[in-house]
Design a protein around this ligand. Structure first.
Ligand code: SF4
Length: 319
């Protein structure tokens, strides 16, 4: 079912590297693709380039290995689209195909005539085929651009649901794996959300209610904290210092803490009673059980400080 196209044909990348006059190339892979790194490096070496592989953890295009550019002419980042513009970085997609006929599994779950369609970067090349399939089934399907952070039509990220919001549809069909994206879409849009895992063929309605209940409990746990660390990431596409500075003035107990990797061990070492996460939004939502103290989103911290009401709860996005 899954198909990798880039290893079969690197001629387009080789052409782009020659256009830039590159002699030494750095390669960066997300965790799921790292095991292909040696194979990929060998192909580029055979094409005449010197190659360096970044072995550090990488979760997205927000986390570019820019340090490799001290030793390489170009960084090739595999698997993600750019979240901002960078010189000397080439973004190579890693498209994963599936038979769009699997969308039939979602049809019994859809209740509206107008449906917004979104997916993740691995499947955005299939958006036109998915649109055609749904139109053929009589659905008024809406697909919009995702803005600068998610540049493809219909593309959402864990930190940007703009492509779902912009459809203004009463119901959104998310095609992809996992439940974080559809939960974020539900909270960001207020629409009814159906998630279809195209590889497992399973469709389900997803709501943000359980996440809201968990987050309410985390905010309550943070009340009375005597020390508050406002985390600012040093990763290129996650650094939100202006936001952190605005949040830090909401409480005299708050101090800004810069970090590259936000890990349970480092939060334990720092010893704050509560943290506010301005790095990748998913850290607070996905990883709370691993952290030694409450880790609030910026909006949750505003609720804690009394400058936002619970009724105005919003999921954190990087814009
Ligand atoms: S900030 Fe988080 S959700 Fe956004 S692109 Fe980076 S890893 Fe993904």
């Amino acid at each position: 079912m899954k198909r990798c196209t880039w290893l079969n044909d690197i001629s387009d990348l080789v052409r782009k590297l020659h256009q830039r006059g590159a002699r030494t190339v750095a390669l960066q892979f997300p965790a799921g693709l790292k095991r292909r790194a040696a194979e990929y490096a060998t192909s580029l070496k055979e094409a005449g380039f010197a190659v360096i592989i970044s072995g550090d953890p990488c979760y997205g295009a927000c986390d570019l290995a820019l340090d490799t550019l001290d030793h390489a002419d170009v960084l090739v980042h595999i698997g993600h689209t750019p979240v901002d513009s960078r010189e000397n970085v080439i973004f190579e997609p890693y498209p994963v195909d599936f038979d769009v006929g699997v969308l039939a599994n979602a049809l019994p779950q859809l209740k509206e005539k107008i449906v917004g369609l979104v997916t993740t970067v691995q499947h955005v090349h299939l958006i036109p085929a998915m649109e055609a399939f749904l139109r053929e089934k009589g659905i008024d399907v809406r697909v919009t651009g995702g803005g600068t952070r998610a540049p493809n039509r219909g593309q959402v990220l864990g930190c940007s649901f703009a492509a779902a919001r912009a459809t203004k549809a009463p119901e959104i069909l998310f095609v992809g794996t996992g439940v974080f994206h559809p939960i974020g879409i539900a909270l960001s849009t207020g629409a009814r959300v159906v998630a279809l895992d195209p590889l497992a063929g399973i469709a389900q309605e997803v709501s943000g209610d359980a996440l809201l209940r968990r987050r309410f409990a985390v905010i309550e746990k943070a009340r009375g904290a005597e020390t508050i660390g406002i985390i600012v990431s040093s990763k290129c596409g996650q650094a939100r210092m202006a936001l952190a500075e605005r949040l830090s003035v909401l409480s005299p107990k708050a101090v800004i803490v810069t970090m590259r990797e936000v890990s349970p061990d480092e939060l334990l070492n720092l010893g704050f009673a509560c943290y506010v996460n301005t790095a990748c939004p998913r850290l607070a939502y996905d990883d709370q059980v691993r952290f030694p103290a409450p880790v609030l989103s910026p909006q949750e911290y505003e609720i804690l400080c009394g400058v936002r009401t619970w009724d105005d709860y919003a999921i954190d996005e990087i814009v």
